[in-house]
Design a protein around this ligand. Structure first.
Ligand code: SF4
Length: 291
C-alpha cells in the first residue's frame, strides 16, 4: 500500500522539553518523583518515564491530584497549572519542577494581563482538559468563561465594556474561526487573541492538504491527546476524507483500509516517532486493499 508520510508530524518543542525535564529529573533526583497528571498525553511516553522512576499520579483536576502526593518532587505537565496549584505545592513543602510549554506560558501571561486591565475573557477550549484549568486559574472567578461549542457561544450573556477572546493552544483552527465569528457577531468590540500554537496549526494544515490526495488518513496518537483528536476531526471535516486515531499498530482496524490504495499517516505532537514508524512500516507491507 502506498503510504504518504505527512510532515510536519509528531513531537513538538513543548513535548520534547517536558520529556527531557522529566527524564533528567528521574535520573538525577533523590526521593519519589511524581508527574502531576499525564505529563504529555501519550501512554508510551509515560511508560518510558515510569522506567526511570517518574510515577504518574492522575485524577480529574490538578488540585485533586496534588492532594494525593505527600512528599518528594512533583513535575507540572506541558499543559501548565494554575497559580493555586503552585501555591498548594509550596505549602505542602513539595519540590516542584515546571515543564509547562513556553507557548502555554504565553497564554497564561496574556490571560493575567488582560484580566488586570479589566477585560472579561471568553476562553475557547475543551472542558475537562488541563490547559483551560491552568489558564482559567490565572483570572479571578467571574471574569472568565470557557466556551467549547457553538451552542455555548450562542448562549453567552456577557455584560462588559472590554472583552477579550483567547484560545487553547491545541484546538482546531477551523472550529475556532467558527466560534470566533459567532462571538464577534454578538460582541463586535471583542478583541481576539488566537493562541493556537504553531506546531498545532502546521500539523493540521499539512494533514488537510495531504489528505486531499489520499483515500484515508491514520493519525497515530493517544485518545487523551487533544491535538491528535483534532487532527482526525480536521481531516474529516476539511478534506472530507475518512480519518482514524490509532494508538499503535494493534489499533488499526482492517475495515478502515477497505478499498484504500493510498493512506496518509500523521501523528500528534506527543506521539513518539518509533510508534509512528511502526505504523508506517506495517502499512507499507500491506497490498492494496480490495473494496
Ligand atoms: Fe506546546 Fe503546542 Fe506542543 Fe502543546 S502542542 S506542548 S502548546 S508546542
Amino acid at each position: 500500500m502506498e503510504v504518504v508520510k505527512i510532515t510536519p508530524r509528531g513531537y513538538c518543542h513543548g513535548v520534547v522539553k517536558a520529556i527531557n525535564i522529566a527524564r533528567e529529573s528521574g535520573r538525577s533526583l533523590e526521593g519519589p518523583i511524581y508527574a502531576l497528571g499525564q505529563l504529555v498525553h501519550n501512554r508510551h511516553v509515560l511508560e518510558e518515564l515510569g522506567s526511570v522512576g517518574v510515577k504518574l499520579v492522575d485524577g480529574s483536576n490538578r488540585l485533586e491530584i496534588l492532594d494525593k502526593i505527600e512528599d518528594g518532587t512533583v513535575i507540572f505537565s506541558a499543559h501548565g497549572v494554575s497559580p493555586e496549584v503552585r501555591r498548594r505545592a509550596t505549602e505542602k513543602r513539595l519540590r516542584w519542577i515546571d515543564a509547562t510549554c513556553p507557548d502555554v506560558i504565553r497564554t497564561h501571561d496574556l490571560a493575567r494581563d488582560m484580566a488586570a486591565k479589566g477585560y472579561f475573557i471568553i476562553y475557547i477550549g475543551k472542558h475537562g482538559h488541563p490547559e483551560p484549568e491552568g489558564v482559567m486559574g490565572e483570572v479571578p472567578a467571574g471574569q472568565i468563561v470557557l466556551v467549547e461549542t457553538v451552542e455555548e457561544a450562542d448562549a453567552l450573556n456577557v455584560d462588559a465594556e472590554k472583552i477579550a477572546v483567547l484560545t487553547q493552544t491545541t484546538i482546531s483552527v477551523w472550529d475556532t474561526d467558527e466560534l470566533v465569528e459567532r462571538i464577534k457577531a454578538k460582541y463586535p468590540h471583542a478583541e481576539v487573541h488566537n493562541e493556537i500554537c504553531r506546531a498545532t496549526q502546521d500539523r493540521q494544515e499539512a494533514a488537510v492538504e495531504a489528505a486531499r490526495e489520499c483515500d484515508a488518513v491514520i493519525v497515530v496518537g493517544d485518545r487523551r491527546s487533544s491535538n491528535s483528536k483534532r487532527l482526525v476531526e480536521v481531516v474529516r471535516q476539511r478534506a472530507g476524507k475518512p480519518a482514524y486515531l490509532a494508538d499503535n499498530v494493534d489499533d488499526i482496524d482492517p475495515a478502515w483500509l477497505r478499498g484504500v490504495r493510498r493512506v496518509g499517516v500523521t501523528s500528534g505532537a506527543s506521539t513518539p516517532s518509533a510508534v509512528t514508524r511502526a505504523v508506517i512500516t506495517y502499512l507499507e507491507q500491506l497490498p492494496d486493499q480490495p473494496a
